[in-house]
Design a protein around this ligand. Structure first.
Ligand code: FRU
Length: 449
């Protein structure tokens, strides 16, 4: 799999569709796979929802649920003749079977790189709701905005970009309304966007996801600042989008945990590619600016109530499916290093150094080097420069490592190559006795499905 597609909550069930090759473990034959969950933690696989054919591949897109419970998928038809245009399909059985619209494609600019439609319901000034679509002209580095009353006829209302580094394509936009500082009455619009390097000498850091806070009047998006902010600071967090119709208007996001730089080389068994933990999004004012905050959803955090307190001065053996929470009242200069090791020399270092306002997550070892030249890497992320209390939350789910710091203001998500049935976690600090001020809680959660 690659991108999450058509994330939707309907009749108490979370549906995740995704870019999928039904016939192999490499990218190709693009179709929509389908999974569903009642708790965002355990997932059930369903038959392929939208299948490619000789004429078209089914690229990324979204699903919305209308007032009658009918699901409409809006996706990119990537035609064999080289055009990308937007098409519709409808499902009346909760996403199991789909009927393509007879008038497909519904939106065609005769472009070869017009893709990834995300449709959101937006209140209009008349009080009636209307549909807004964001999609990209990928090579032009532009997000286009369209409006519709019936999902079939679309009117272009605005565009955003290009800005930021060139030598990339823009992909998988989303437009989300987020509460600021925990106040549901105080909301801002946020544009989400993923960028992927292209060309002859592409940036080896590869695929990245970004966000831009701004205003949206139903037609055009005006950014607060002409800048893209990193959404997650790890190497493996891409194409993230939110669920339509989540309860209480919450924004819950899934992203693909890989990087086009080496996705083809990631070891595969019967599958290749996986999603991040679902994350609840919000904004928090930090140094006068609205900043994205991400929380793993409650059902996941719920496992920490079964967590055991462990002595940070001793190495800890874990199964490779665990949640780890480290807390402190003050950290010494140099911070703390958490080291995860598997069989052999594979290792992951998480260095949390609030005194220098820096979190660094490094992966290395023979298997990491063998995977791809650019796979061994170090991801740096900003931390609050706070000498006081703090907390770090780490989820390890097989090859997926997600680190949440500063109450979700900073996240680092990467694939890791730790091998073996058990993982050793060791905490280190340069200052003698420093580990005594840490609390360490660990919950082994078993392999999630
Ligand atoms: C992003 C992307 C999308 C496209 C899909 C094809 O990862 O390149 O732009 O719709 O993947 O699989």
């Amino acid at each position: 799999m690659n991108d999450p597609n058509g994330l939707v909550h309907v009749d108490g069930v979370w549906h995740a569709f995704f870019q999928h090759n039904p016939e192999g473990i490499d990218w190709g034959n693009m179709s929509w796979g389908h999974a569903s969950s009642v708790d965002l933690e355990h997932w059930r696989a369903h038959p392929v929802a939208l299948r490619y054919d000789d004429r078209e591949q089914v690229y990324s897109g979204s699903v919305v649920v209308d007032d009658h419970g009918t699901l409409t998928a809006i996706y990119t038809s990537a035609y064999a003749r080289g055009i990308q245009a937007q098409s519709l399909a409808v499902s009346d059985d909760g996403g199991e079977t789909w009927i393509p619209h007879s008038g497909n494609p519904v939106l065609d600019r005769r472009s070869s790189d017009f893709r990834d439609p995300k449709v959101v319901r937006v209140p209009s000034q008349s009080g009636r709701e209307r549909w807004v679509m964001v999609a990209v002209e990928a090579v032009e580095r532009r997000v286009l905005f369209y409006a519709s009353d019936d999902l079939r006829t679309w009117r272009e209302t605005g565009s955003f970009g290009p800005l930021g580094p060139d030598g990339v394509v823009w992909e998988c936009p989303d437009l989300v309304l987020l509460p600021q500082d925990g106040d549901p009455a105080q909301t801002r619009w946020v544009l989400l966007l993923s960028t992927n390097p292209v060309g002859t000498d592409p940036d080896p850091v590869g695929s990245m996801m970004h966000y831009v806070v701004g205003s949206f009047d139903g037609e055009t998006f005006i950014p607060d600042r002409e800048e893209l902010d990193r959404f997650d600071h790890g190497r493996d967090f891409y194409a993230g989008v939110t669920f339509d119709s989540a309860p209480d208007g919450e924004a819950i996001l899934l992203a693909w945990m890989s990087n086009w730089r080496y996705a083809h080389a990631v070891p595969a068994a019967t599958w290749r590619g996986a999603m991040s933990l679902p994350r609840r999004l919000a904004l928090r004012t930090v140094e006068g600016q609205p900043r994205m905050v991400q929380h793993p959803v409650a059902s996941i955090e719920g496992h920490l109530s079964h967590a055991t307190l462990r002595a940070p001065s001793e190495p800890i053996t874990l199964i490779p499916h665990a949640l780890i929470e480290v807390g402190w009242t003050s950290l010494p200069a140099g911070g703390v290093l958490l080291r995860l090791t598997g069989d052999g020399d594979e290792n992951v270092h998480i260095v949390c150094d609030p005194a220098n306002a820096k979190l660094t997550v490094t992966r290395g070892g023979t298997a990491a080097r063998a995977l791809h030249t650019d796979f061994p890497s170090s991801s740096g992320a900003p931390l609050r420069r706070s000498p006081g209390e703090g907390r770090l939350f780490v989820s390890l789910d097989g090859p997926l490592l997600e680190v949440f710091a500063d109450g979700g203001e900073t996240t680092v998500s990467i694939l890791v190559t730790l091998e073996g049935e058990s993982i050793t976690l060791t905490a280190h600090a340069d200052v003698p006795g420093a580990l005594d001020s840490l609390t360490l809680r660990v919950a082994e959660v078993g392999a999630r499905q």
